[in-house]
Each structure stands twice: as C-alpha cells, then as structure tokens.
Design a protein around this ligand. Sequence first.
Ligand code: FMN
Length: 201
Amino acid sequence: MQNELSVSQAIHARKSIRKYTGEPISNETIRQLVDLAGLAPSPWNIQPWRIIAVKTEDDKQKLMQAAYGQPQVGASAVTFVIYTDMTEAIDNVENTVHPGMKDREAEVAKQIRDHFANYSEADFHWWGRAQGYSFMSFLLLAAQSHGFATSAMLGFDPEQVKALYNLPAHAQIPAIVAVGVPAEEGFPHFRHNFDALAKIV
Ligand SMILES: Cc1cc2nc3c(=O)[nH]c(=O)nc-3n(C[C@H](O)[C@H](O)[C@H](O)COP(=O)(O)O)c2cc1C
C-alpha cells in the first residue's frame, strides 16, 4: 500500500468521494485494510462486525442496484459491506476473550451472556450495529491514510443486501463503504464549530 498519512492528516484529507479512477485494488490490500479496521475497539472485545468485500464488476452492479443505483458502488475498486451478527458473536464469545484472560474464560463468557440476557431482541442486535460504526470509521481512515478515497453509505435496501449475500435475517448493516483511487476533490468540510457541539466543564 502507499505511504501512510498520519491519523490527523487522514482525518483532514478524508471527504466523501463518489468518483474513482477505475484502478483496481489487490486482495492483499483489501486484507490489509480489513486488518487495520479490525483493530477498532469494541466492548468486551466482542467485534461483532463481519465484512464482505465486493470486487467483481457483476457483484458491484448487483450491490449498486440494492443501493438505489448509487454510482460510487459501481465505480469503486471495492465496496465493503459491513454487517454485524450478534447471534454468531455471542454464541462464539469464547473466541474473542483475550488469551491473557484464558484462566477466566468461562467466567467472562458467562458474564457477557448474562448481560445480554436482559436485552430485547431488537436492542441486542442494535447494540452490535453500533459497534459496526467503529469499524467503519477505522476503515475510512485506514483507506485514506493509504492513498484511497471512500464513500460511506446508508442509502441501500438492507433486505436486498442481505439477500445478495445470504445474511441471516437478524444481521444489521451499519454501512456499505465504497473505496477507490479518487477522481474528484469532494466537498470542503462543513462542520459544527466547537461551541455548537461541545463544552468543557
Ligand atoms: C453512515 C453514513 C452513511 C452515509 N450515506 C450516504 C449515502 O447513502 N450516499 C451518499 O452519497 N453519501 C452518504 N454519506 C455521506 C455523508 O453525506 C457525508 O459524510 C457528509 O455529508 C459529510 O461529508 P464528507 O464525508 O465529505 O466530510 C453517508 C455518511 C455516513 C457516515
């Protein structure tokens, strides 16, 4: 992958980009981006996110249709479908208990399962979805720092996307993210100033 930008440089440089040069992306680079984004933190290290990297023309066209024709999907080198599967994550929670806590694995796994036993079905899956946005944010910055541009999207029909990849009915899709070499500047940042969003107490 290209030279890395610092985190601050990547944050400043990142804008939603919806046009790409058409330059392809290697599977190795896809793996590196997913590995980087997967370093995002999650409560109890549960990591409920799962990723489908959609790269072939045919598959991108199908995903673009499910994304209401948004052209950045078809134009991307790869579009990542980020979904969360809390049922799978909690069924296998032993796999994500840190090795440093191996001696307490059963206790920690029980603690986590007991915690979620009080959740409604909807809250349980929504909790996992919320974690997916940490992965998404890390992915946007990881891609930016290595010379790619991105477009995060919520404009898609989740049922159609689930059908494309045989995802379980309970899966949540916090976002899809198009990635490619940029072919436009994007809009300048336009954000709240500090006083509109924060106070120091
Ligand atoms: C979760 C999420 C979903 C979004 N969905 C769409 C979308 O479906 N289509 C689109 O063109 N832009 C989408 N955007 C882009 C936002 O409109 C954009 O991030 C915002 O206007 C700020 O602009 P910037 O990303 O260039 O800084 C989405 C952004 C996020 C974070």
